[in-house]
Design a protein around this ligand. Structure first.
Ligand SMILES: [Zn+2]
Length: 249
């Protein structure tokens, strides 16, 4: 389904605010607002949704957006229920991200892709899942021979790659073209539903290429360094590696 609202986060991850008009308001367990355009990321792929504010142009009244989500293709903003009467359809507003939090998530997300790229390149281990908070995250791998020594080597290699100032590029490919890329098959592209005609990819040039819907920094130098903060066995084959940004703020 083609959404009616413009979804800026997928095109410009650095857009932190936008002028918009309220397109729909739904009052249920929370107050849900759809705008004709937004910079909010609705969550997905292990990256939590954004938080921030909706501010009405006419009187400066503001509402806290505690979370966002996708519903039938649209990005829905969930307002704090204690914030009183919601804005009305047609109101002109500005949406503002909690930018410090979003930028930390972008840096963390790119760091996790660098980790995947290194673990695949050096050990041929597949990713099975991942999750993140601002400044830290974890990835799960099919990585039978993982050990403490290997984890130290992985940390060092990831930091070399981040310091190499590799560009991070976003592309949207027709499905058939995406399926022809062997590197994409190893990740989640083959799990995507039939109906999806276009596949968005994130490439850390020279290191990693994945099908991904998240927001990333434009260059690995913006991540800074990472530390491996832990690793654990989730079974004989499945292993988890936890990382944190050296400089989370
Ligand atoms: Zn990702």
């Amino acid at each position: 389904m083609t959404p009616s609202g413009e979804q800026i986060c997928y095109v410009d991850a650095y857009a932190r605010s936008a002028e918009a008009r309220v397109a729909a308001v739904e009052i249920g367990e929370s107050v849900a607002v759809v705008l004709d355009r937004t910079v909010f990321y609705p969550g997905g792929g292990g990256q939590p949704s954004d938080r921030g504010l909706v501010i009405r142009a006419t009187d400066g009244r503001s509402w806290t957006v505690r979370a966002a989500r996708k519903s039938e293709g649209e990005i829905v903003h969930e307002l704090e229920p204690d914030d009183g009467d919601p804005p009305a359809v047609g109101d002109v507003v500005r949406v503002d991200l909690d930018w410090a939090r979003r930028l930390a998530l972008m840096r963390t997300h790119t760091a996790l892709h660098a980790l995947c790229g290194v673990v695949w390149r050096d050990y041929g281990a597949l990713v099975t899942g991942g999750n993140m908070e601002p400044g830290s995250g974890r990835m799960d791998f099919e990585f039978e021979r993982m050990s403490g020594d290997l984890v130290d080597a992985i940390e060092a290699s990831v930091n070399v790659e981040l310091a190499a100032a590799r560009d991070v590029r976003v592309a949207v490919l027709p499905r058939a073209e995406a399926f022809a890329i062997p590197d994409l098959i190893r990740t989640k592209v083959n799990l995507l539903p039939e109906g999806i005609e276009e596949i968005r990819t994130i490439e850390i040039v020279g290191l990693d290429l994945q099908a991904d819907g998240g927001t990333h920094v434009a260059n690995t130098s913006e991540v800074g360094g990472i530390r491996v903060t832990g690793y654990e066995s989730k079974g004989r084959i499945n292993k988890r590696i936890r990382i944190a940004l050296v400089d989370p703020a």
